[in-house]
Design a protein around this ligand. Sequence first.
Ligand code: UD1
Length: 366
Amino acid sequence: MKVSIVVGTRPQIIKSAPVYHALAKSGHECDIVNTGQHYDYEMNKIFFKELSLPDPSADLNVGAGTPSEQVSAIVAGLGKLFASAKPDLVISPGDTNSALSAGIAAAKSGVPLAHLESGCRSNDFQMAEEVNRRILDHMSQLLLCPTPGCVKNVRAEKVLADEVVNVGDTMYDSLLRFVPSLQKIDAASKHGLEEGGYAFMTLHRAETVDDPGSLRSVLEGVGSLGIPVAFSVHPRTRERLRAFNVSPGPNVTLLEPLPYVETLSMASRSKFVVTDSGGLQKEAYWLGKAVLIPRDETEWHEIVDAGAAFLTGSSAEKIRRDARKLSRVRQSAFKATKRIFGRGNASENVVRAVSRFLGAGGKKGS
Ligand code: UD1
């Protein structure tokens, strides 16, 4: 049985890596197809290297474009590929344009589809990812959910999948693999920062950075926190800073987009994290760091409910107010709901679910 995992952006590579390794170990024939939605070395290939993945079996090199251009190029490329490679199952991780496109291409090619990280919801239909993940869930035959809450979400929507399985979060598997080596990697001092004496920040969501008012307000908020801020800047954000002529405050140091392990190291040595990334919200939580989330909602509300993260929106005043609460976050907040993301063996659970699904004949896609 041949399983193809389709990736194209950095979070998808991180989510997929432990699944690829577990599938390969279990004897499944498995390959990785790269759409090339992210195309800079530090946004894509470096993660293959860090996470010990083989070169992709195919690279579509779609690059930048409007969402419609990205989706149509990927669907067309994958359609051709699936017709010749004939995988028995396509695994599509996450909620990016690459993830949606892999789902459409699989469905149109009659290839069974599994959605990895199924069921997470922000209930914000303005968000491209919310639309992508909902459509993907309804196209897929095998739903691999990271938390019990995600299972509840797809059940509530009455999706017609053959199987819905709570496997745990494969990003947690990836993180646990690298936690022992984080002691040895001191990314903070490389950037002239003292352990526990800075905030680590990433911003890349269209809702945060494509609106000049919201981008300015978030930067004004973090600019007034009275602590050095190490800001790993996504290419989209760098472009918006330039286009809107916005400069962060003097306490903010701009960094290139950091590789995976360096990102974990920066988060683990920080005082706290500021991020609109869903992935980094969870990583910070697993590393015991409190988070300011400059959004109005999150897919990972369990972390907010546990008191380890604060939804500040883009208001500078709310960022300042919530930052004052960070010192009162207790260590118990990080233990309260950690297990809802699994025990670090999500990828093995994925292999079991995939084997069962394929053994049962893997219903053909619609
Ligand atoms: C995408 C995903 C988002 C995910 C994020 C991770 C969608 C709708 N969004 O957002 O869910 O959290 O990836 O990073 O799929 N660019 C470069 N070099 C690159 C990649 C992008 O310069 O290697 C620039 C280009 O100008 C591009 C822009 O960033 O147009 C946005 O990239 P895109 O892939 O469209 O969306 P992301 O913001 O990265």
